[in-house]
Design a protein around this ligand. Structure first.
Ligand code: 13P
Ligand code: SF4
Length: 305
């Protein structure tokens, strides 16, 4: 089968089986082309509870499929490739957080959505990179324990200076791989390019950015901007997607290290296998995780609107 034939077969099967495909923007171009909706973590969470289909294939990483299942308990939800995890989401377990909470008893625990469903049961509210600033600002408590990403947390703290934030070591190993020297080198090579950066990057990198935002934020900014050249400080698939969307503009990666191997695992064959019932992993969560993590995720959706 060619790529096009496989895509046509997927499009036919998903309609026949009443299944929706949601794909994070870090997925490959071939996967995005068969999706009903593509977006950042926040966009996918909102879309997950709006889609009419009775099944959802989430092309992304595990915490995204878990979020989709929690928001759609009555739907069948599959993770596109069962090996696709997020190393940051696995950095902290529930026991570690329980200990941490003892050190910060009067803090509201804000979890980046890049956390396991089990960890979310211990948190007060979730945020994504696009909703973190507004949600932290809207919380009644002026003390926030932000886990697990101190880079995103530090960025938010800078935007909400009236509140006190506490963090713990951690972060995305891919975005953290970008150094200040990488940014300087890329800027020197492309002096006319605007530098667009994800807040998971180190503070010394985001400090050099012309725009800081979620993956969708970066894509929207680049599309609407009158500039002609852009340096992309997030997963390198965004360089390719933007080049398709805006062929008259030029996009450059800031570092080859900004490649997320987990996001690269999903293939068209994985989706095809789920649709034909020959593979894939259906997300199953216990009632207590559905309930506890659901409270945390639904609070995000309420506060984010
Ligand atoms: P977004 O919230 O921008 O979708 O980012 C998710 C992610 O995993 C970034 O590395
Ligand atoms: Fe997780 Fe980083 Fe990959 Fe995003 S880029 S899924 S935060 S490891």
């Amino acid at each position: 089968m060619t790529v096009r034939e496989m895509q046509d077969e997927i499009l036919r099967l998903k309609k026949e089986k009443d299944i929706c495909i949601l794909a994070h923007t870090y997925q490959s171009q071939a996967v995005l082309e068969v999706a009903d909706f593509t977006g950042d973590s926040y966009g996918l969470s909102v879309k997950a509870s709006e889609v009419p289909q009775k099944g959802v294939i989430l092309c992304g990483v595990r915490f995204m499929a878990e979020t989709c299942k929690i928001l759609n308990p009555e739907k069948r939800v599959w993770l596109s490739n069962s090996l696709a995890g997020c190393p940051m989401a696995e950095q902290m377990d529930a026991e570690t957080l329980r200990e941490l909470k003892k050190q910060y008893p009067d803090y509201t625990v804000v979890a980046y959505i890049n956390t396991s469903a089990e960890l979310k049961t211990e948190c007060d509210v979730c945020v994504t990179s696009s909703s973190a600033v507004s949600i932290c600002a809207a919380l009644e408590n002026d003390k926030i324990l932000f886990i697990p990403d101190p880079n995103l947390g530090g960025y938010v703290a800078g935007k909400v200076p009236e509140k006190t934030f506490a963090f713990r070591d951690g972060g995305c190993p891919r975005h953290m791989a970008v150094t200040e020297e990488d940014a300087d080198r890329a800027r020197a090579a492309h002096p006319d390019a605007l530098f667009l950066v994800h807040p998971e990057c180190r503070p010394e990198v985001t400090a050099k950015a012309d725009y800081v935002g979620s993956t969708t934020g970066i894509m929207d900014f680049a599309e609407k901007s009158g500039a002609r050249e852009f340096l992309i400080g997030t997963e390198n698939s965004i360089v390719e997607h933007l080049q398709f969307q805006c062929p008259e503009k030029k996009f450059y990666p800031v570092s080859p290290a900004l490649t997320c191997p987990d996001m690269k695992l999903t293939t068209l064959a994985d989706i095809y296998e789920i649709l034909t019932g020959t593979g894939g992993e259906e997300i199953q969560l216990s009632d207590s995780v559905m309930e506890g993590a659901g409270r945390c995720i639904r609070r995000m959706v309420e506060l984010g609107d």
